[in-house]
Structure formats: C-alpha cells, structure tokens
Design a protein. Structure first.
Length: 117
C-alpha cells in the first residue's frame, strides 16, 4: 500500500515498524505488529504504548550515561590523587636522601691528585 514510503525507508536504512492487518502484505516490514490498522482506537493504543516504551528507554539510557560519567569522574579524581601521592613520596625520598649524600661526602676521603704531572 505504501510502497514509496517503504522504498524511501529502505534507501535510508530506517527500520520499518507497521501495524499489519490480515489483508496486508508484510513483506519488506522489519517489525510487524499484528492488529486492526483501520480502527483509530487500535492505532492510538499501539502508538501510545510504543511512545511510552521509547520515553522509558530514553530515561534509562540517560540514567546509565549519567552513572558512567560519574564513574569516570571518580576514577579520574582517584588517578589524580594517586599521582599526587606518588609525586609527594618521590619528593620526600629526595629530601631524606640529601642529608645522607652530604654526610657521605664529608666522611669519604677525597681522591688524591697526582702532582707529579
């Protein structure tokens, strides 16, 4: 019945969902919904259920994306904290090592220079 619409949807890779009555050819339809395609009440009921499912799916997707973003931020903050702690530990080791180096220099004998040359 709607061959032009079907052809356009196929061309644009749009999935086709249709309410199909017993007098319709379901060929070329991706998702068939069996029902009375002549009754307005039937069409309203089916489209409202589909719209509700889409809204519910979008909300669930939004909540999932929000949770993933929060996890990424938390992981990023933990990484920054770990790097800062590692940097502080490295700096502390340098501070502790400096007096030991100076003490070693003071105690260690100086190499003799050959004055005969």
């Amino acid at each position: 019945k709607e061959k032009i619409g079907l052809a356009e949807a196929r061309k644009l890779n749009i999935p086709i969902i249709a309410i199909v009555d017993t007098n319709c050819d379901p060929e070329g339809i991706d998702h068939i919904i069996p029902g009375n395609d002549d009754a307005v009440r039937s069409i309203k009921l089916i489209t409202s259920l589909i719209a509700g499912a889409v809204t519910e799916g979008r909300e669930a997707y939004k909540l999932t994306q929000q949770a993933l973003a929060e996890e990424r931020e938390k992981a990023k903050a933990e990484d920054v904290k770990r790097r800062a702690e590692a940097k502080a530990a490295k700096a502390a080791m340098k501070v502790e090592a400096k007096p030991a180096r100076e003490a070693t220099k003071a105690v260690a004998p100086k190499p003799e220079t050959d004055k005969s040359k």
